[in-house]
Write a new protein. Sequence first.
Length: 180
Amino acid sequence: MLRIMVFAAFVAGVALAVPRLIDGSLLGSPAESRSTDTRRETPPPASRKTSPAVYTGRGHVVLRADARGHYEGAFRINGRSVKGMIDTGASVIAINRSTARKLGVSVAESDFKYRVATANGTIPAARVVLKRVEIQSIRVNNVEALVVDDKSLSLTLIGMSFLNKLASYQARNGELILTP
């Protein structure tokens, strides 16, 4: 019933693959390449109307790659601060149980009915919807995510369920540019 989409994010020695239902009902369509001219300081009014992301007035967000080439940022999820790493290979945001509790997201054992492939084998995951995900001047509501066990994931992965709600995102010259 599940098709696994594998990506190469290694966090705490574990590669996590995020599942997507074959009919697309859980996570929507696969990731697509999205790139636009980001030289504008602010997005045009039309993109604000069509994008589910809310622009709060300060233009696009730029994240610089760290020494490993990863894009990390200070996010606010459900009003709480969370360090997250952008992962364009992840279909959805992935968080561990401890982070879920911190965010006020409760999951029961019976919610762990999805299977996720990792470098160390297959693990259970619970599907949740995050009320709000923010980074600087960008806010996105109702974002799908998966919760996994703490030992399987040490850092929050910000996947396509967030990025696909933006008007555009683009990696260029060691920077990731997010446009609401």
